[in-house]
Design a protein around this ligand. Structure first.
Ligand SMILES: O=C(O)CCC(=O)C(=O)O
Ligand SMILES: [Fe+2]
Length: 294
């Protein structure tokens, strides 16, 4: 079965039957409790739609300038980039989105999940993705297996609307198991696991500005319906600073509260390629003012 067949035969999978969507008016401890029960939550209107539109445009300019024009769109696969590599002149769409996330109410939820306000964003494990909506068969993965075992969660932020059936998005099996699942082939948990109980599936629509947070054990998948539409998205991965494995924190930015506001208090990077991104206006805007070194 493919995703088109799935949403046709089970249209209820796009509905939030598990009450996992939250607005800024909900208490963060309630949101964090739902996350720990289910392994995934959606934060509605977490970011301003205009910022999402601006970052999408910058990402599209980047793709147009660096990827060869492909006359046959059906051959397009899309691509993954480290966030600091995606730039449109001085504009880094991933920095725009990341700084907005850090200053949004979504960060309160991140802090609640981390049980700490001292958090390190693991840029090494963050991604900027250009996807093309291809017809995909069912399958899925857990980030604990395919990304990094010790990264507890991921924020997934589409740079535009995701409409199941017409644009490639993300889908989840809820609730998440408490450990890694067996993978019958190449880290893929397999179609059987996905279709076993359609009542557990959630393929949410996203409005511009919505984001989801999924745990490392959340079985999830890229959805695809064969429309060949473009999709741009950013993945943000972070951990409490005190638990960060040393090999995960290069490049990384450390966030703590200053005057009540989540603020970039330290940057760690030995990669010169990341320096323009780290010095970008969007990250500088939320960084602690440092005394000039003389
Ligand atoms: O962007 C996608 O389609 C996949 C993203 C994903 O698997 C993740 O954020 O963990
Ligand atoms: Fe994933």
């Amino acid at each position: 079965m493919n995703f088109k067949g799935l949403i046709e035969s089970h249209p209820e999978v796009v509905q939030d039957r598990h009450s996992l969507s939250f607005s800024r008016h909900r208490r963060v401890d309630e949101i964090a409790a739902a996350y720990s029960r289910s392994g995934v939550v959606m934060l509605k209107a977490a970011l301003p739609p205009a910022l999402i539109a601006g970052s999408s445009e910058a990402f599209q300019h980047f793709i147009a300038s660096c990827e060869k024009a492909q006359p046959d769109r059906s051959a397009l696969e899309g691509s993954w980039y480290s966030p600091w590599l995606v730039r449109d002149g001085d504009c880094f769409p991933a920095a725009m989105v990341l700084s907005a996330v850090i200053r949004s109410w979504a960060w309160n939820v991140v802090e609640e999940i981390c049980c700490s306000s001292h958090i390190v964003v693991l840029l090494k494990w963050c991604t900027a993705r250009h996807g093309v909506d291809r017809m995909l068969g069912l399958g899925g993965h857990q980030d604990a297996k395919v990304v990094a075992g010790e990264v507890p969660f991921s924020l997934w932020i589409p740079l535009g609307t995701i409409e199941p059936g017409t644009s490639s998005g993300l889908g989840f099996v809820v609730p998440a198991p408490k450990d890694v699942l067996p993978t019958p082939r190449q880290d893929d948990i397999g179609a059987d696991y996905i279709v076993h109980d359609p009542a557990k599936l959630w393929l949410p629509p996203y409005a511009a500005g919505d984001l989801t947070i999924h745990s490392r054990f959340s079985p999830h998948f890229t959805t695809g319906y064969g429309t060949l539409s473009d999709r741009f998205s950013i993945e943000v991965r972070a951990v409490p600073s005190r638990t960060a494995p040393p090999e995960y924190v290069d490049p990384a930015i450390y966030i703590s509260r200053r005057n009540g506001l989540p603020t970039v208090v330290e940057i760690n990077s030995s990669d010169n390629e990341a320096s323009a991104f780290l010095a970008s206006v969007d990250l500088a805007r939320i960084a602690e003012l440092r005394k000039a070194v003389v």
